[in-house]
Design a protein around this ligand. Structure first.
Ligand SMILES: [Ca+2]
Ligand SMILES: [Ca+2]
Length: 154
């Protein structure tokens, strides 16, 4: 469903009402608008569900610690362990690998957002390979060309 909505957004909002369930219209519009607005290759995380609350970071690069004061995600908005929705406007076959922990050893529980997922309007009931729920638990990310132990599933 989310993939259909994202595709609809690229075609224009005129057709939106025909396929969006009323209860989800507002939430889906926010993530679709976010997807439409960002440059290709950009990954964005929000502190709230439905691409709401604070936009924690928007980047085409990696960050091995969302809680420190360097890179696209910093402690300013309490980025680490705060993301509840994501947008990824892929420009190639890379997926964004998301980690529960930090560090450039890129180890521990992780999952990925596929290049054709478009966005995740919630991270509830999504889990890292460690079994930890992804919602409010992402602390680092990078782009990878292949492999990943798990994928977010909308
Ligand atoms: Ca950082
Ligand atoms: Ca949050």
């Amino acid at each position: 469903m989310r993939k259909i909505l994202a595709t609809a957004a690229t075609l224009g909002l005129a057709s939106f009402g025909a396929i969006v369930p009323a209860a989800n219209a507002q939430a889906s519009t926010a993530c679709n608008n976010a997807y439409a607005a960002i440059p290709a290759g950009t990954f964005v995380a929000y502190s709230g569900a439905n691409c709401g609350a604070t936009r924690l970071g928007s980047t085409t690069s990696w960050d091995s610690d969302w809680g420190n004061s360097s890179g696209p995600f910093q402690g300013r908005w309490q980025d680490t362990n705060n993301a509840e929705s994501l947008v990824y406007k892929s420009s190639d076959a890379r997926r964004v690998q998301l980690f529960n922990g930090t560090g450039d050893d890129w180890a521990g529980g992780h999952t990925c957002i596929r290049p054709d997922e478009y966005y995740m309007d919630t991270l509830e009931e999504q889990y890292f390979t460690s079994g930890v729920e992804v919602e409010n638990e992402i602390s680092s990310h990078r782009f990878i060309w292949s492999g990943c132990g798990a994928f977010l599933d909308s």
